[in-house]
Design a protein around this ligand. Structure first.
Ligand code: GTQ
Length: 351
């Protein structure tokens, strides 16, 4: 929040005598009225978040170059941050609450174990043979998989394959940092424990019965394989030919609630040639193209997303998606701030 004058009808800072202003400053006091309209603008919030497109084709060579320039020991996490210029690149945020980064792991490398207060997810972009161990569960990483590393859980990344592996990190870091609640703890290599959430929760609608279990994990499912999400979308589209938004949400299979506490995650299928006008809602959104080709219209701009491209849209803004393929579906991974807005009671759907 920044105090600055912007109002025509309310008194300005300059209207006040300098000695009075100096006295206020000395006492750590600020008059509200010159800044009232800035912090409570009429009808719609001021958003720093700007519609921004990051092309994978353009960033990939730079990420691979980081692999040559900076050894993993000097990076811990070798990430190029997808920063929104509206916030200032140095803020490293895609929106008010969302952070995006493209992470590179080369064959044989290990990104050491740590845990932190912000929640993270990974959306795997390319490469085979990498894995991430979260809370003792070793999760293989394949294109389109979503892997959670919720707040407080140990995680480390390794790579037994032969080609570079890249994934998209989505964290609520900007929010948790703003709350002055962001920190990490280093750990040692985790012992892999038996059990795989993606196997135990293999099908929606039936979940394991906890007959002998004393306590349940807060995050029972950490890996959401793309093959399952994709086939759910195809089944849903086939079952409901009239359904406009063919979308599934990543949820906690025990509670049916959001997979994580602050950010929401979804997969959307655009039918061949489909144009989908999304309702205007308060949370900012991120779109990452898993498969196909799609145009995103937002704030008078048109981004053509090729595979592995990412873009973001501010909240309270109309977004239209268009599948550029006439004969095939396109698949989009969506991250948004909906759980946060709903928990805080500020969520709006303006239609
Ligand atoms: O992989 O643990 O993009 O801790 C930023 C912070 C990734 C990670 C990021 C992190 C990680």
């Amino acid at each position: 929040m920044q105090a600055h004058g912007c109002s025509s009808e309310l008194g300005r800072l300059e209207d006040l005598p300098q000695d009075y202003r100096d006295e206020l400053t000395q006492q750590n006091l600020v008059p509200l009225w010159p800044s009232l309209r800035a912090v409570l603008p009429p009808g719609v919030p001021t958003r720093r978040t700007r519609a921004t497109h990051w092309s994978y084709k353009a960033l990939r060579p730079l990420l691979l170059k980081a692999g040559k320039l900076t050894p993993i020991e000097k990076a811990e996490r070798r990430v190029l941050v997808l920063a929104n210029p509206g916030h200032g690149l140095e803020k490293m945020q895609a929106s008010a609450a969302m952070y995006l980064g493209m992470q590179l792991l080369l064959p044989g490398e290990w990104a050491p174990s740590h845990r932190h207060t912000p929640n993270a997810v990974r959306m795997i972009v390319e490469g085979e043979g990498a894995w991430t161990t979260v809370d003792g569960e070793k999760c293989p990483m394949q294109r389109g998989d979503l892997i959670l590393t919720p707040t407080g859980l140990w995680h480390e990344h390794g790579h037994d394959g032969s080609e570079p592996v890249v994934w998209l990190d989505v964290l609520d870091l900007p929010l948790v940092y703003y709350m002055e609640a962001s920190y990490h703890i280093d750990g040692k290599r985790q012992a892999v424990q038996p059990g795989h959430g993606d196997r135990a929760y293999a099908r929606a609608g039936v979940v394991p019965t906890p007959v002998f279990e004393r306590s349940r994990k807060a995050y029972p499912m950490l890996r959401y394989p793309w093959v399952n999400a994709r086939s759910s979308l195809e089944s849903l589209a086939a079952d409901r030919p009239g359904l406009e938004a063919v979308q599934v949400s990543y949820v906690n299979p025990e509670t049916g609630g959001d997979a994580e506490n602050i950010l929401g995650f979804h997969a959307l299928m655009l039918r061949p040639g489909q144009v989908l006008k999304l309702p205007v809602r308060s949370p900012a959104m991120v779109f990452h193209l898993i498969e196909g080709c799609a145009e995103v219209q937002v704030e008078g701009q048109r981004f053509t997303l090729a595979e592995a491209d990412t873009c973001c849209a501010p909240g309270y803004t109309a977004v239209t998606l268009h599948n550029r393929l006439a004969d095939k579906p396109s698949f989009i991974f969506i991250a948004d701030e909906t759980p946060l807005h709903k928990k805080l009671g500020v969520f709006e759907n303006r239609g």
